[in-house]
Design a binder for this molecule. Structure first.
Ligand code: NAG
Ligand code: NAG
Ligand code: NAG
Length: 430
């Protein structure tokens, strides 16, 4: 089997525009969550008024403005989630120093970048406008701005990549599925280099209304947004919606070595499963999460005792965090695993950025890759008192501050509505 390594990272997140700037702020225990009340009356009347918005400003300051990345003509054609994906892909390709020009290299480079929801803003505006004014008010750019696979399409057009072009859309598992599936395409020989990740930008009143109706969102912290996302904490009461993109450059090991590329980590294992249970609720015992993680470890040929860090999906919901916590303990404790729950190092970086939906798995895979690369465990913010139920939350959740610790192997989890679960195992570069 061909081995797959990570050679480039790019991200646009509520902490910063840029993977390195985001990582620095994450380790400083900064929080990227703010209030949505200023965005207008349609936001101010909703039960959840907090969100992880990408900071606006110039690229030099680690902030986002589209004109720093795209000409105005392209910006007009593209959904915001696709713009974030373009920017994250540019950063990842520069980081990997992969700017191929030969026909063979271009044919051997592909893209898998997905989104969970896509361009809700466009769908909403176009529906209202069509309803009111009819056919003549439908933009010729409506369909290209709507389609989810256009992020991947635009990246390949911009760089001339002629390899596989694909877009996962599996709700909140999208970003991790994109990276896992891309690693399989390389391992199987369909490509030598893949640009892979997820992007999301749907901080729209209708999206917030929908998630709030599904009782998924944090509603108790509208006056103190930075405390709203509190994975594993006993007072958690829902997730905080976020936006952004995460994109990695994956590469076949010998290909990376031959061009002397910097290697961050190896993609060692990938597990996929389904709860086969409910549209939105997890199974209490965390069966789906357990199966995905176990499969990722089998594929990686790593024992549970060798897992140094888990980047949890934990979104700060009562049921989801408890189910995943059970699954992690079931997998990592026991005869082949660790002796005590306190030996399990697990954090959820959603305390700092909220839940980026289709981008979450990709951004969190980047955090996990950097944890392996730098031997640092990123913190879980707002973890005052682990609990609900208290007796079950007895792992090391890396509360408040980052911890230094050798990370030879790590897992990162993503779970999505519909019951889809994935886990990726990352390890030190071979
Ligand atoms: C949708 O309409 C709102 C209100 O007019 C506007 O602010 C927003 O930019 C529009 N979005 C798109 C994608 O055109
Ligand atoms: C698997 O995905 C489902 C889908 O929503 C999620 O709710 C659940 O938490 C995941 N499995 C577990 C047990 O964590
Ligand atoms: C968890 O991290 C701490 C340092 O932060 C370390 O001392 C401990 O050994 C780690 N546990 C495992 C099992 O890796």
């Amino acid at each position: 089997m061909r081995k797959v390594v990570v050679t480039g990272l790019g991200a646009i997140t509520p902490l910063a525009a840029g993977a390195k700037a985001t990582w620095k702020r994450l380790l400083d225990a900064s929080c990227g969550i703010g209030s949505t009340s200023a965005l207008g009356p349609s936001f101010a009347s909703l039960p959840s008024r907090v969100a992880g918005l990408v900071p606006q400003g110039s690229r030099e300051d680690g902030r986002w403005q589209a004109k720093d990345w795209l000409p105005a003509s392209e910006e007009r054609q593209m959904a915001l989630f696709a713009q974030y994906a373009i920017a994250a892909a540019d950063e990842a390709l520069d980081d990997a120093d992969w700017h191929p020009s030969s026909p063979h290299q271009l044919e051997r480079t592909g893209v898998t970048v997905g989104s969970g929801i896509g361009n809700l803003d466009e769908a909403y505006n176009a529906s209202v406008s069509f309803h009111t004014h009819g056919y003549r008010k439908v933009s010729p750019l409506f369909v290209p701005r709507l389609l989810i696979n256009l992020a991947a399409g635009h990246i390949s057009i911009r760089h001339g990549f002629k390899g596989p072009n694909h877009a996962a859309t599996t709700a909140c598992t999208t970003g991790l599925h994109a990276i896992g599936d891309a690693s399989r395409l390389i391992a199987f020989g369909d490509a030598d280099v893949m640009v892979a990740g997820g992007a999301e930008s749907c901080i729209h009143p209708l999206a917030i209304a929908g998630f709030a109706r599904a009782r998924s969102l944090a509603t108790d912290w509208n006056d103190s947004p930075q405390l709203a996302s509190r994975p594993f904490d006993k007072n958690r009461n829902g997730f905080v919606i976020g936006e952004g993109a995460g994109v990695v450059v994956l590469e076949e090991l010998e290909h990376a070595k031959a061009r002397n590329a910097k290697i961050y980590a190896e993609v060692k294992g990938y597990g996929l499963s389904s709860d086969a249970f409910h549209m939105t609720a997890p199974r209490e015992d965390g069966e789906g999460a357990f199966l995905a993680m176990r499969q990722a470890l089998r594929h990686a040929e790593i024992r549970p005792s060798d897992v140094d860090y888990v980047n949890a999906h934990a979104t700060s919901t009562v049921l989801g965090d408890a189910a995943e916590n059970r699954a992690i303990k079931r997998l990592l404790l026991g005869s082949e695993g660790k002796q005590h729950a306190a030996d399990i190092n697990v954090s959820s970086t959603k305390g700092a950025i909220g839940h980026l939906l289709g981008a979450a798995g990709a951004v969190e895979a980047i955090f996990t890759i950097l944890a392996v690369h730098h031997n640092v465990l990123p913190p879980t913010l707002n973890l005052e008192s682990p609990g609900n139920p208290a007796e079950e939350f007895n792992c090391n959740y890396i509360p408040h501050a980052a911890q230094q610790h050798t990370v030879n192997a790590a897992l990162t989890n993503s779970f999505g509505f519909g019951g889809t679960n994935a886990s990726l195992c990352l390890g030190k570069a071979p």
